[in-house]
Structures are given as structure tokens and as C-alpha cells.
Design a protein around this ligand. Structure first.
Ligand SMILES: [Zn+2]
Ligand SMILES: [Zn+2]
Length: 354
């Protein structure tokens, strides 16, 4: 039911809709109905990430027809009768996941694994539209960030969850492979929460320059793009750090890199599996090293309940993010955005509406 404060809303909106995998167009469609516990967001910016490339190909559990977009930022345009604590015009970001609250995992406080999990922008319509609907309990206010920078709150919430998973001890040395958006946020979180020496190792280029401009680490190891010189540089990193690092984060999504990463973990240290890998990828790890050296192998995926922390860190300026979103596109430019993502000419992109 469209209820409170819906006055002045248009009847229809523009949205980027997929009818099936790889088939998309900008369509005019009705505004989502606002139910009792819903907030209707007028979208100002919607982050684009690697997941959207998978959705384009029909992977990641995408359910068509679909309006993608799972990093939605805007202002409250309307809300249902049962919603409290929000006003029309509040600047907000939406958590894209809805949890059922009654499945096996939800009942045990492990909502991340909810069996009836609904992901906006993957299974139901998301933020690549002028308006998007979310349940109020998944909508959060923020103050200072620009709309475009606020699209990083969702990846930052995932990084904050990663920090919980790693639970770094004070004085930890940290090595992070990869300099992608969530990696750069995680590196800063680690550095401010127990990490006393943080090293980022990644190919020289745009992302590495960005890492430096954000002051994301204490040291930067630039890996050459060619295989042999890169292997030599990795070898040098190992000889320079004979005792390894307390925390080694593999954030590139390369299975080969993950196999190598364990060599950099100190005895009693933690190996963090933080990339998105292919479903068919396999790694070979030495069980006797994990056993004798008591290495913890830790997975970290997605998040629940970390938006408030992400907002505190980013909106308050503790974590630096300027420049991570380095290109914006209009809905009509989706094809160009896809191409820019595929050829890696953008670090991170966002769809904007005004
Ligand atoms: Zn994403
Ligand atoms: Zn559940």
C-alpha cells in the first residue's frame, strides 16, 4: 500500500531490466508497491561490482526478469505505515539482503547462511532503477558521504565482516594480495585494528596507485605483470620476510595465488580466503604445514549486520575511499559500463541518475 508521504511520486520509472541472461534494455515500469514495512528509495547512485558481470551471464543465482544493482544509495521517497524513525528526504543506503529469521541457520544466529536469503539486485529487483524498494530494517541513514562514495558502504560492510572473521591480534603483520576496492578497505580496517605493519602486493598500475593515494598500507610491493619477473619479486618478498606474516589475505580470486599465499603465513598465522573464485577452481595446500604450523585457513564472504560499522568508518572519514569509484555511467550507458568493467579500465563504477 502506498501510504504516508507518497505524495508527488510519479507512476512509473526508468529501470535497467534483464529479460534473460545477456538481454537487457532500459524500460519504463511501474513503481514498486510500498508495503507496510517498506521504504521506497529514490535512487541517486548504484554501485557496480564484479557480481554484476556474473549476473549479466545468468550466474550467481540470478532470477530473471531482473533489475540488477545491489549497492543502492538515495533518499527516502515514501514508506509504509509500519515504518518508524525515517523521514522523506533522509539520505540512506540499503543492505541488499533479506533474511527469513526462521530457517535452520537464522535460528542459530548464522543469518549469513540463511536458506531463504533474498538478494536484491540478484533474485529480486535492485537499484539500477530510479526507485527501489527495501524492507525498512535493511535501510540505514548516513550523513557526510557523497552519493557515489556511499555505494562503497556495501563492500565496506563485507570488509568489516572480514575483519570480524580475521579477529586480528594487536601488533599483527599483514600481507594482502590484491588492491581491489574491498581489499583496499579491508587493508585500512586491518591497519587500524591491530595491524601494525601492512603490506599490499599487487600488479603495478591504477589500483596500486590508488592504494598509495589512500594510504592503505605501510609498504607496497609492485608485482610485474609478466610471470617470471613476478615470481622473482614474490621470491624476494619471501626472503625479505623469512618469518612470514601473521595475517595473509588472498584478495585477487586467483587459485594459483592462494596456493602460493600459504608460504607467506608465519607459524600460528592466518590465511584468509577473500577473493571470488571459480566454482571449479581447486587448490593444493600442504596439510602437514597447516597441521604442524597451526595455520588457520579462514573464509570470509558477504556480511550481515555490518552496515552500521561501515557507515561509522566511512561516513566519519576513518577509512579513506576517494577515487575508488573512478567512473560513473547513466542507465543508458550500461553496455559501455560492462565493457569498462571487462577490460578493467575502471577500478569501480557506479550508475548515477542526476
Ligand atoms: Zn557487489
Ligand atoms: Zn533464514
Amino acid at each position: 500500500m502506498c501510504t504516508t508521504a507518497s505524495f508527488g511520486l510519479p507512476l512509473s520509472m526508468r529501470a535497467l531490466e534483464y529479460s534473460e541472461a545477456r538481454k537487457f534494455s532500459v524500460v519504463e515500469k511501474a513503481l514498486p508497491e510500498v508495503r507496510e514495512q517498506d521504504i521506497l528509495i529514490k535512487v541517486n547512485a548504484s554501485g557496480v561490482c564484479g557480481t554484476d558481470l556474473h549476473i549479466h551471464d545468468g550466474e550467481f543465482g540470478a532470477q530473471f526478469p531482473l533489475v540488477p544493482g545491489h549497492e543502492t544509495v538515495g533518499v527516502v521517497a515514501a514508506f509504509g505505515k509500519g515504518v518508524h524513525g525515517f523521514e522523506v528526504g533522509d539520505r540512506v543506503v540499503a543492505d541488499n539482503s533479506e533474511l527469513c529469521g526462521h530457517c535452520y541457520y537464522c535460528r542459530r544466529g548464522k543469518e549469513l547462511f540463511c536458506e531463504n536469503f533474498i538478494a536484491h539486485g540478484v533474485m529480486v529487483d535492485g537499484g539500477f532503477a530510479e526507485y527501489a524498494r527495501y524492507p525498512a530494517y535493511r535501510v540505514f541513514k548516513f550523513k557526510n558521504l557523497s552519493d557515489v562514495n556511499a555505494t562503497l558502504l556495501e563492500p565496506a560492510a563485507c570488509a568489516a565482516h572480514g575483519l570480524d572473521r580475521i579477529a586480528p591480534q594487536m601488533g599483527s603483520s599483514v600481507l594482502l594480495f590484491g588492491a581491489g576496492p574491498t581489499g583496499l578497505i579491508l587493508a585500512q580496517l586491518l591497519r587500524q585494528n591491530g595491524g601494525c605493519r601492512t603490506v599490499i602486493a599487487a600488479p603495478a598500475g591504477l589500483k596500486m596507485e590508488l592504494a598509495k593515494s589512500l594510504d592503505a598500507a605501510d609498504e607496497y610491493v609492485e608485482l610485474p605483470r609478466e610471470t617470471k619477473p613476478a615470481a622473482a619479486r614474490m621470491e624476494k618478498l619471501l626472503t625479505d620476510n623469512p618469518y612470514g606474516f601473521d595475517i595473509v589475505v588472498e584478495a585477487t580470486g586467483s587459485a594459483k595465488m592462494l596456493e602460493n599465499a600459504i608460504n607467506f603465513v608465519t607459524k600460528g598465522g592466518k590465511l584468509v580466503v577473500y577473493g571470488v573464485y571459480g566454482d571449479d577452481d581447486r587448490v593444493s595446500l600442504p596439510p602437514n604445514v597447516i597441521f604442524k604450523e597451526e595455520i588457520s585457513v579462514i573464509g570470509s564472504f558477504s556480511q550481515t549486520y555490518k552496515f552500521p560499522a561501515a557507515i561509522d568508518y566511512l561516513d566519519g572519514g576513518r577509512i579513506k575511499i576517494d577515487g575508488i569509484v573512478n567512473k560513473t555511467f547513466r542507465l543508458e550507458e550500461w553496455q559501455a559500463c560492462l565493457e569498462a568493467m571487462k577490460n578493467k579500465s575502471v577500478v569501480k563504477a557506479a550508475i548515477v541518475f542526476s
